[in-house]
Design a protein around this ligand. Sequence first.
Ligand code: PFF
Length: 433
Amino acid sequence: MATERWSSRPGFLLATVGAAVGLGNIWRFPAVLGTNGGGAYLVPYLLAVGCCAVPLLVLELAVGRRLRTDVVSAFRGVGPGYGVLGWAVAGGVLLVLSYYLVLTGWVFGFLGAWATGGSTTFAAFTAGWLPVGCFVAVTVLVAAVVSLGVRDGIERLARVVMPTVFLLLAGIAAYNLTLPGRDAALAFLFTPDLSVLGDPGLWSAAFGQVFFSLSVGQGIMLTYGSYLDDGTPLVRSSLVIAAADVAAALLAGLVIFPVVFTAGLTPTLGTELAFTTLPEAFGAMPFGRVVAVGFFGLLLLAALTSAVSLLEVVVAAAANATRLDRRRATAGATALVFVLGLPSALSYSPVRLAVAGRPVLDLVDESAGTYALPLSALCLVAAFVWAGGAGAVRAELGRLDPLVRYAIPAVLVAATGAKLLGVARPAWRLLVD
Ligand code: PFF
């Protein structure tokens, strides 16, 4: 039973926006948009936010608040056998956290390089052991915040960090929009080539990105909902969280693309965008160092509040299951994160740990960070809507109930199918040609 509570409504909103806004908005969104045809991607993306993420947010917050417990106990209460699903969801979160902290470590390393008067390239950075050291450093920092508790750790961090993140995003976007690459950037972001909407891969990329970016379907919002007071309106809060998350992603686009186009670089480099393309572009622009420090600084802050939310899911579940206090549960969960994250960290170090020629981190991102997300959301819907695991949660959902009950599962299955189609199509062509 969760006894801790957020201190106030703004405190709750800042913590949940802190959970949602992270590397997904600033590092992943522009990269996914860049590789998926630019502005056209916004159509499925916004549809996914409205029809899928917002109702799921309401569901998770409602279940958390009603049951006032962690994700594993919540599943366990549904009936025999459901506890396993709960552990699978929590295990998925642990895996996401394990490589998320490696990426956060890279951001920390890049910030350090630019802030101390130097700069670094991705190849130079990953040629040494610094990425592993940075992974350890940020993991310890995140664990320290979580061990301080809901109000004194998680909420206090978000209160300071989230306004800073938005101010920096808006400030740097305003400056970058004075650069010569502005018009090309705006055209790339906001002139959709609608012909690409027929590609199923585009749709599944957008839906996957929305689960990642809004932190829905994985018990994160359920855990944060268990600390929420009874009077807070759930639909309105969920709309605020979603709007803030979309705003952060669009602002990140306005920060990144003018720089990329000004430097004459290509915006479609996927995940290398933030760590390869951007540093090169920062080096070539006026006040590039100031912008680089601001950019990596805000990216680090946003990533930390998100990593804290992921660790909290596991700590709350572990504390409840083992009856350990918060500090001990945090220490145990953090040790597990180290062990699980080390292969990902080593895959971008001199060891270059790889499976079938692919870096471990990329494989974990693709499995736990992409395919598992809609599956995990399906588990939540199955337990708490179909099996009625949260009792009267239906009343909280109101008119959203049919959407959560039928439409979202249908969309989740379709999006996963589209992803499979996206993989199968080139393979089929290869066979036929
Ligand atoms: N929503 C956060 C982000 O966009 O970075 C954190 C996050 C939560 C990432 C859940 C991935 C994930 F599966």
